[in-house]
Design a protein around this ligand. Structure first.
Ligand code: SF4
Length: 457
């Protein structure tokens, strides 16, 4: 879709690389037979790029901006791209080599400038510059306009990096109208950036912002309203690293959100479980599911996971109580586990299976520990000589092993992971998890009703 403005001096194309990637063919084949397995990754892969549509709305009037998504570069026609002055590409590490091929093709096709941004280009701008003309390092909002001015004046710089953090109070309304709404099953709104825990493996909370920061509530609600204009009763994904760090903010936001009658999903830590008022507000405002990084069923895996504090390890004894509280409020929990942490040995696969069952999670997600470039985990494993192959970015899919695990061999990790996937996502286990959730929620609702009628009497 196109954003047309008067007096065009620059045609700007925004390209988001989409789609799930995995190199392990056996696992891919398994994923096809076990639909629950890659569900979350597929959802992420089918979300629009919020970063790009935010930059779109910061483009001056003299730009004509369009948004495109590319899944398979070989299936994508470049025919319409030759008249573009600037193409900006946002990508994840697993697809970055495809993005580099695309950069070369676009240049050969006559595109004046190809610019890259996003987490991978931010951590390795010099690598990206071998393929594109310029890299936006870090948050793009403060440098986007300058980049476009320089492109118009034919004096593009090789790197654009903001000299100060971006204040979310200045965040523009993302250009949702550029999206072909039909192709999405949910749209994203960001309320915050960053996470105080700074886990060793977590790229997004570390690379883009130093501090946790929050968008003013009015802006968030205006974005939800804009989405509702385009799509009645939408499903919204809050694109936050960790939503409920500031609970006071959400307690003001959620009653307003409830008036919009949307359904929503977000990522959080377990602490929401300890706030009954927040849980009630979440349910009443349409929260369908939260994703929580539980990471490991054992203390060995959790110890030292965060670069600041050891919060998750301290919560382990309360995981079950917390999940029960959240799910009893009618909010599904997608519990995520990382396999291959330094404290894990070959017994971990059975422990995750048993733990997921004990917690009665509605959804479970398992991935390999993955050292993304720019993270403390990547630097440590590199220092320890444990990366299997330098620059094998195409393997940073979360479903391929890229490093030497500590407590087992790569083959043991791979075989255990495959077996775990088969068992966790079998039809029998999947229906058991879902039926149990419904049953427990009905029970909890009945007991809530009994309490209310008792109070009325
Ligand atoms: S808690 Fe989640 S969002 Fe926060 S740093 Fe860890 S992995 Fe990232």
């Amino acid at each position: 879709m196109m954003k047309q403005k008067a007096q065009k001096q620059l045609r700007v194309g925004l390209i988001a690389m989409s789609g799930v990637r995995a190199c392990d063919r056996e696992l891919l084949a398994l994923g096809l037979t076990l639909p629950g397995f890659v569900e979350r990754s597929e959802t992420i892969a089918s979300l629009p790029s919020l970063g790009l549509i935010t930059l779109a709305s910061l483009s001056p009037d003299w730009c004509e901006v369009s948004y495109h998504e590319v899944d398979q570069i070989d299936d994508w026609s470049l025919d319409e791209m030759d008249s573009f002055d600037v193409i900006a590409i946002s990508t994840f590490t697993a697809q970055v080599k495809e993005a580099y091929v695309l950069c070369e093709r676009l240049k050969n096709h006559g595109v004046q400038y190809v610019v890259m941004g996003g987490l991978h280009a931010t951590s390795l701008p010099d690598e990206a510059l071998q393929f594109c003309d310029s890299v936006i390092v870090g948050e793009g909002e403060l440098v986007w306009k300058q980049m476009l001015v320089d492109a118009r004046d034919r004096c593009l710089k090789s790197k654009y990096r903001a000299s100060q953090p971006f204040d979310l109070a200045d965040a523009p309304m993302p250009a949702y109208e550029l999206l072909d709404i039909q192709r999405y099953n949910r749209l994203t709104v960001q309320t915050s950036r960053g996470c105080p825990f700074k886990c060793e493996f977590c790229a997004s909370s570390i690379l883009l912002t130093d501090k946790y920061k929050q968008k003013p509530m009015e802006k968030v609600l205006a974005e939800v309203d804009k989405i509702c204009e385009l799509w009645k009763r939408p499903f919204i994904e809050f694109a936050d690293d960790n939503s409920f760090v500031n609970r006071g903010y959400w307690k003001k936001l959620l009653p307003e959100l409830a008036k919009r009658k949307v359904k929503w999903f977000t990522e959080t830590d377990l602490s929401v479980a300890w706030d009954d008022e927040l849980l009630d507000l979440m349910r009443m405002s349409g929260c369908a599911e939260v994703l929580i990084g539980l990471e490991s069923p054992s203390i060995d895996g959790l110890n030292g996971l965060e670069t600041k504090g050891n919060w998750k390890a301290k919560q382990l004894g309360r995981y079950q109580e917390g999940i029960t509280k959240i799910q009893s409020a009618g909010i599904r929990v997608n519990g995520c586990f990382i396999l291959g942490l330094d404290g894990h040995d070959v017994g971990i696969f059975d422990r995750v299976l048993a733990f997921a069952d004990k917690l009665e999670l509605y959804d479970v997600q398992v991935t390999y520990l993955t050292p993304f470039p720019g993270t403390p985990l990547y630097s440590r494993l590199r220092r320890e000589g444990r990366l299997l192959e330098e620059n094998a970015w195409e393997r940073c899919t979360l479903f391929d092993i890229t490093y030497q695990p500590k407590g087992m061999s790569c083959e043991q990790l791979r075989a255990g992971f495959h077996q775990l996937v088969k068992e966790l996502y079998s039809e029998e286990n999947t229906s058991l998890r879902r039926d149990r959730f419904k049953h427990k929620y009905r029970q909890a609702s009945r007991s809530r009703l009994r309490n209310v009628s008792h109070l009325k009497v």
